[in-house]
Design a protein around this ligand. Structure first.
Ligand SMILES: [Zn+2]
Length: 316
């Protein structure tokens, strides 16, 4: 926080330090709804698996249990972020909890891809008899539930303005169920081919394609969530814009840090060399209206003044 002679101005900067996404409440609500849908489906599958002694139903139930667990992590992160939004122990709010949950669910997704891949390979090498009659309707019913969940979890487009990554917590759940929907369509195609033409390799082969796809989704998710957790600069374009605005009247930005605080919230720390007449307020005013810039700290270095600040970044 920049030092200022007006205490009321300092207080103004203390408002809304939670850095939660604009759609936090909507996304949290929808995550809970989808958790409930998956829990009911899980119950039906396990009950059906026991009643019909169906291994396929039990296997679907296991997958659904993984969904319930992953969705509980996502919903729990929303709840915790809300609860700790004003907690001063979080130096930059609790807006990054969603990235942590998204990263954890990215790991779950990667493990899912591995499991589908290994299972499909085993079946390709040593084909097992598939009961197409019961597997097909099961896959179709699963697909219907998944498509409903995908529709509910779809993040609202442009909800976080200049932040293109947006809310990665709901995006992780949406990505997982989207992958499942595609795997479901592939599975139905593979099962139908097996049933109609006797192609026993079709089902495991579509399984392998599905595994590759899920792995790809997991990699995207892990990269994005990892970048947010490691405070990577969210946008070189935005960094350039901030630099241009701060240097508008011959000033020189000697150090600039830009990182993500939460969905649609960025923070910037800048050290600026400027003529003696320039004030931090004037520089700060130039950054007003920069989209998604929620927290700004400016250190002013007078032209000609010797550098005696902290030994870190000012060499750059
Ligand atoms: Zn899944």
């Amino acid at each position: 926080m920049t030092a200022t002679s007006r205490p009321e101005a300092l207080d103004a900067y203390r408002r809304d330090r939670g850095y939660l996404g604009a759609d936090h409440a909507r996304n949290e609500r929808r995550t809970w709804i989808v958790t409930a849908i998956c829990a009911v489906t899980l119950f039906a599958q396990v009950a059906g698996g026991i009643a019909f002694r169906s291994m396929a139903l039990t296997a679907s139930g296991l997958h659904m249990a993984a969904h319930v667990a992953a969705l509980l992590v996502a919903a729990g992160a929303y709840r915790m972020a809300r609860r700790y939004a004003a907690d001063p122990r979080f130096a930059f709010g609790a807006g990054k909890l969603g990235y942590l949950a998204g990263f954890a669910n990215g790991v779950v997704l990667a493990v899912t891809a591995l499991a589908i891949g290994v299972e499909s390979l085993q079946r390709l090498i040593a084909p097992e008899a598939v009961d197409y009659g019961s597997a097909l309707p099961l896959a179709a019913a699963g697909l219907v539930v998944t498509v409903v969940c995908v529709a509910l979890l779809k993040p609202r487009r442009g909800a976080h303005g200049a932040d293109e990554v947006g809310d990665l917590n709901i995006a992780a759940a949406h990505l997982h169920l989207s992958a499942d929907a595609i795997v479901g369509v592939l599975a139905i195609a593979g099962l139908a081919a097996g049933k109609s033409f006797g192609w026993s390799w079709a089902d495991p082969l579509t399984g392998l394609v599905g595994a590759g796809l899920v792995a790809q989704f997991a990699a995207v998710l892990l990269r994005r969530a990892g970048a947010a957790l490691l405070d990577m600069t969210p946008s070189p374009k935005l960094a350039g814009e901030i630099r241009t605005r701060l240097e508008a009247e011959g000033e020189r930005v000697i150090d600039l840090h830009l990182w993500r605080l939460g969905p649609g919230h960025f923070a910037a720390v800048a050290a600026v060399a400027a003529p003696a007449a320039r004030t931090t307020e004037a520089l700060r005013a130039r950054l007003a209206g920069v989209a998604a810039l929620s927290h700004v700290t400016i250190e002013l270095r007078r032209d000609g003044e010797p550098a005696h600040g902290p030994a870190d970044g000012f060499a750059r």
